[in-house]
Ligand binder design. Structure first.
Ligand code: DOR
Ligand code: ZN
Length: 347
């Protein structure tokens, strides 16, 4: 028996495309299935100004293979020196769709992020005024706080005070990983959204640590206990408008993942839609996959939904995905869910 499911073409509301050879390799993996993506600005050096974003956007479009349609939605990396006038102009021109807040030191290339929130107050107020979303990597970086508690502590000590101090600020809680994240997202109005990754719907912390360390499952925020994964599954499959897909597909060369100090990131662009179909079917929610992947994100970002469609096909035989893709001289491991998946994308 073959089952098919046709959706409006999905968007990815949190994606790392990198630059250069890596970008050339990973961009088609996303563009094959997704119409648009919010492009993370944590390059080295980061995408800080409107001019940086315009130049990066041009490099992405130049790397897009002929015949593929894909719209990069650009973001700016918030620093303590970000100029509100530059943000205002970047938003007004339509170039920039969000600003990204990395607490300094929270993750890959975040050392230029924010330490003192007083220094970004004027930018946040401007964003509240013009309705430009702030995408937040929600983890405290305090060494004393256990890594598994960093999201929950961030919500209480940083996110909630920040939102109270900036009425009207539209916030996306990026890649939530906890029941507390789900609960806090639900406590907001339509000024609060949350992205959920594919991999956090599939793995818990045992997948990383039990039976040998699995560096390709290590990402930030790190996967938590099973009860949190189940809370994320319930949120993603609920159809609620505040929850939408942000894969956080984050390629790193294998030699830097399989390393004494391995990089954080799961590369899921290649098989994300197939994995999501599996997850939503398992939870009896295939009819809500379109809301999560194709409708709720544009709703939050106040953009039109895509007119094109994507068809998923469930076959008898398990789908075959490449174990790795090649990026220049590097290999990048594709996320392995650890179970057979029968959904593929119709050509
Ligand atoms: O796992 C992650 N990888 N989490 C992040 O926040 C950043 C990302 C990256 O850029 O590699
Ligand atoms: Zn990310």
């Amino acid at each position: 028996m073959t089952t098919t499911l046709t959706l409006r073409r999905p968007d990815d509301w949190h994606l790392h495309l990198r630059d250069g050879e890596m970008m050339k390799a990973v961009l088609p993996e996303s563009a094959r299935h997704f119409a648009r993506a919010i492009i993370m600005p944590n390059l080295v050096p980061p995408v800080v100004t409107a001019a940086d974003a315009a130049a990066y956007r041009a490099r992405i479009l130049a790397a897009l293979p002929d015949g593929m349609a894909f719209e990069p939605l650009m973001t700016l990396y918030l620093t303590e020196d970000t100029d509100p006038a530059d943000v205002r102009a970047a938003a007004a021109s339509g170039l920039v769709k969000a600003v990204k807040l990395y607490p300094a030191g929270a993750t890959t290339n975040s050392h230029g992020g924010v330490r003192d929130f007083a220094k970004v107050r004027a930018v946040l107020e401007l964003m509240a005024e013009i309705g430009l979303p702030l995408c937040i990597h929600g983890e405290v970086t305090t060494p004393e706080v256990d890594i598994f508690d960093r999201e929950a502590v961030f919500i209480d000590t940083v996110l909630d005070p920040l939102r109270r101090a900036t009425p009207g600020l539209r916030v996306v809680m990026e890649h939530i990983t906890t029941g507390q994240g789900v609960e806090y997202a639900r406590s907001g109005g339509d000024d609060l959204g949350a992205t959920i990754t594919t991999h956090h719907l599939i793995i818990n912390r045992n997948h990383i640590l039990a039976g040998g360390i699995k560096p390709h499952y290590y990402c930030l925020p790190v996967a938590k206990r099973e009860e949190h994964r189940l809370a994320l599954r319930a949120a993603a499959t609920s159809g609620e408008a505040r929850f939408f897909l942000g894969t956080d597909s984050a390629p790193h060369p294998d030699r830097l993942k399989e390393h004494a100090c391995g990089c954080a990131g799961c590369f899921t662009a290649t098989n994300t839609m197939s994995l999501l179909a599996h997850v939503f079917e398992e939870d009896g929610a295939l009819d809500r996959l379109e809301a999560f992947a194709s409708l709720n994100g544009p709703g939050f970002y106040r953009l039109p939904v895509n007119e094109a469609r994507l068809t998923l096909v469930k076959g008898e035989a398990p789908a075959e995905f490449p174990a790795k893709i090649t990026a220049g001289a590097e290999a990048v491991t594709v996320f392995d869910p650890g179970f057979p998946v029968h959904w593929t994308i119709a050509p």
